[in-house]
Design a protein around this ligand. Structure first.
Ligand code: TXA
Ligand code: MG
Length: 330
């Protein structure tokens, strides 16, 4: 957290459901320039009208997010995406295969793109995704506007997978929370930059690399320059208050143990990401279990997670969560 507190609201944001009347109310708040926490299939997003610069600025203030870190624009259709971005042929094939779903595409910004420059942090590219969640797409359809939505958590802290996570950390800084239950995938979307000749995997996520590569061929890892254009790639991110020790095969008395699969003999799991060793289940549980352990422990030992399929996305988040805290570590 940095110096300025989130802008105070007169009362904590109401938490409402995801029925049609609730989505009508959320759409009214969005049209009026307000901030609404909305579930997606990955994590809860903090949504505002992407075409309203003032509303977008309020997202950055509520999250204490550096303003040069651009946001994803969420759409409800290919037509809406085409108003925001010039969609390259490779992107079109990825869209056909994976939208709606947990894949964000970084594409050249369209000339007539109505999205605020604050969303794209002044870049010539824009990140777009069509989520697979009826609450989020229902609000986009009602407003007819793309929604800018980062994960609904204070910058650099754990991402929220329940409405309660959002209310506990940002409730005082936003206008409304839609409770759609626990998110199904549990980690953020994968991000692929298709704005130049060679596609680059900017962020591992809830769509495994091999699934994307089945369409794109081998993806390049972000090099230093790409890391600068995707400043969300901070070394410390997704971080709990507790200290994390990774690849742990044991734990000392002061540490909680977050297991994956069968714990090593003699080790008692405090929580288990997936007793069956299922990486999709582990991804879905990751942030919720870190939230839960963080509330009760100062130190958490985490079992090794296989570095394949969704394990790449899980390990990426664990590595950033374990990195030492550095102020302005971008
Ligand atoms: O699953 C998700 O992607 C969630 C849900 C709410 O949709 N959203 C999310 O947003 O994770 P956020 O803001 O936490 O992460 C967006 C990432 C950041 O790392 C940002 O730097 C990158 O997208 N990004 C956005 N626009 C970009 C651009 N034009 N070029 C490169 N990276 C970009
Ligand atoms: Mg985030």
């Amino acid at each position: 957290m940095t110096d300025t507190p989130p802008s105070p609201r007169s009362r904590p944001a109401p938490i409402i459901g995801a029925a049609p009347a609730d989505l009508d109310r959320a759409a009214d708040v969005i049209r009026a320039g307000g901030l609404v926490a909305v579930p997606t299939e990955t994590v809860y997003g903090l949504a505002a009208d992407a075409t309203n610069g003032k509303a977008v600025a309020a997202i950055f203030a509520a999250k204490q997010r550096p303003e040069f870190n651009p946001l994803i624009s969420h759409v409800a259709s290919l037509e809406m995406a085409a108003r925001l971005a010039d969609i390259p042929p490779l992107a079109r094939r990825l869209i056909d295969a994976f939208w709606p779903g947990p894949l964000t595409l970084v594409m050249p910004r369209a000339d007539a793109c109505p999205v605020s420059d604050l969303v794209t942090a002044g870049l010539s590219t824009i990140a777009v995704r069509q989520p697979r969640n009826s609450a989020m797409t229902g609000i986009i359809e009602r407003t007819g506007r793309p929604l800018a939505a980062p994960s609904a958590n204070p910058s650099q802290s754990l991402s929220p997978t329940t409405a309660a996570h959002v209310a506990a950390s940002l409730g005082a800084a936003i206008d409304l929370v839609i409770d759609g239950g626990q998110t199904t995938l549990g980690i953020e979307s994968a991000i692929v930059d298709v704005s130049s000749e060679t596609p680059i995997l900017l962020r591992h996520g809830a769509l495994a690399r091999h699934e994307i590569e089945a369409i794109t061929g081998p993806l390049r890892a972000p090099d230093f320059d790409a890391a600068v254009t995707a400043p969300g790639m901070m070394r410390r991110h997704y971080a709990p208050r507790a200290r994390l020790r990774l690849d742990a095969l044991d734990h000392d008395p002061g540490e909680a143990y977050l297991a994956f699969g069968q714990p090593p003999s003699g080790v008692r799991a405090t929580l288990n990401l997936s007793a069956d060793g299922d990486l999709a289940e582990a991804a879905a549980n990751l942030f919720a279990m870190l939230h839960e352990l963080d509330a009760r422990h100062d130190r958490i030992a985490v079992a090794p997670i296989p570095h394949r399929d969704l394990g790449e996305g899980i390990n990426d988040r664990l590595k950033r969560a374990a990195a030492p805290f550095e102020k302005d570590s971008v």
